[in-house]
Write a protein that binds this ligand. Structure first.
Ligand SMILES: C[S@@+](CC[C@H](N)C(=O)[O-])C[C@H]1O[C@@H](n2cnc3c(N)ncnc32)[C@H](O)[C@@H]1O
Length: 355
């Protein structure tokens, strides 16, 4: 059992909720997108067996499953996906940790409003530096008037009572569709809220696709987002065997829908934290890698990716990545590969190839 004493390492929003723990620990709270700390397992242990966690991030699901096990709770109570199961029993409360971006906040709150019994409390909690105060308006609009709020630990929690008739929506209602011209053929892209470069082709991704040589064999799109890189490769070389992964459930679902809308079949698209779910070796790994997490620049995921990539390449296989010019990857590529070069560069980006 996790002791609340461990809470000094929790995030500020979790520590604020800890102050309210008795009122939060109903019979069956749904805890949505909690930070990777001990709060969700602590609350679930205090509440009834109906307490569940919903994650949009595969890394967070792994983290919380481990925490639940350590706490003696059933890890299958930690879910993952682009939407909470609409067939699941309704919860008596929902606690939403503030996601990033207005479209994603709206998406998550609509999901929350449909997952709760009428009259139950929906809570929205977040840090001042995450923009919790400016989320109050959209919270009231979607869930209802704020009937209670508390501020402490540089964070705020709002509560509103769920209505009996929330607007019935599904992820499909939030899709943004766009089309790009690539090498004379059009590719359609479908993206859910919170997915990288929603509704537009990222300049770095575009540069990478323009400079990639023709590829065949088994190819991995690492951190696929809406699936644009994998889709472009499959369009270019239909005989290639393409796999796509992302840690975000919203990205994985978007990539599936992108493939479907372009009638591209037989690709494997799956959730993975880095290479955690990857099987076998590839002839090429392609990525516009994630380097930014939270407020500062964080190279950890991409450095880990470069270090691990060599174990997932066939002899003679290549890693291709695109990065902002200011990010220095040559050193880490050289330390892990036989050779590496800057395949192309412009005034903003570099495409690296490592063998
Ligand atoms: C810069 S975006 C690129 C998206 C897409 N390939 C494109 O070019 O538009 C990086 C992607 O990596 C994903 N990502 C972040 N951390 C990850 C991890 N640990 N494992 C797998 N994917 C991750 C993000 O969700 C995001 O979709």
């Amino acid at each position: 059992m996790i002791a609340a004493g461990d809470s000094k390492n929790w995030t500020n929003p979790s520590r604020l909720l800890l102050l309210q723990i008795e009122s939060l620990a109903g019979a069956s709270p749904l805890i949505v997108a909690p930070p990777d700390d001990g709060f969700a397992a602590y609350l679930a242990a205090k509440a009834g067996p109906g307490a569940l966690v919903h994650n949009f991030d595969f890394r967070s699901q792994r983290f919380h499953r481990k925490k639940f096990l350590e706490t003696g709770l059933d890890p299958s109570r930690v879910g993952f996906g682009e939407w909470h199961d609409p067939q699941a029993p309704l919860h008596d409360s929902v606690i939403v940790f503030l996601p990033k971006g207005r479209d994603l906040i709206e998406y998550v709150l609509r999901m929350a409003a449909q997952s709760i019994v009428a009259g139950g409390f929906v809570y929205l909690v977040g840090g001042n530096n995450e923009g919790i105060r400016s989320a109050r308006g959209v919270f009231s609009e979607i869930v209802g008037d704020v009937v209670w709020s508390e501020a402490a630990r540089h964070s705020v929690v709002y509560a509103a009572r769920a209505t009996s008739s929330p607007q019935r929506v599904s992820p499909q209602d939030f899709l943004e569709d766009s089309e790009f011209e690539l090498e004379g053929s059009r590719i359609s892209i479908r993206t859910l809220p919170g997915v990288f470069s929603r509704g537009r082709l990222d300049d770095g991704t575009k540069f990478l696709l323009e400079k990639l040589p023709a590829l065949t064999g088994r190819i991995l799109d690492f951190g696929c987002g809406c699936g644009i890189i994998g889709a472009a490769i499959k369009r270019r070389s239909p005989e290639s065997v393409v796999e796509l992964l992302d840690s975000s459930a919203l990205a994985v679902r978007s990539a599936e829908l992108t493939f479907e809308t372009n009638a591209i079949v037989d690709a494997k698209i799956f959730a993975s934290d880095g290479f955690s779910e990857v099987e076998g070796q590839f002839d090429a790994i392609i990525s516009n890698p994630p380097f930014h997490r939270g407020v500062g620049t964080d190279y950890q995921v991409v450095e880990q990716m470069i270090r691990s990539a060599k174990n997932y390449l066939n002899p003679g296989g290549n890693l291709f990545i695109v990065a902002n010019r200011f990010l220095k990857y040559k050193q880490v590529l050289d330390a892990n590969f036989q050779s590496s070069e800057v395949l192309a560069e412009n005034n903003a980006y570099r495409v690296y190839q490592a063998n």
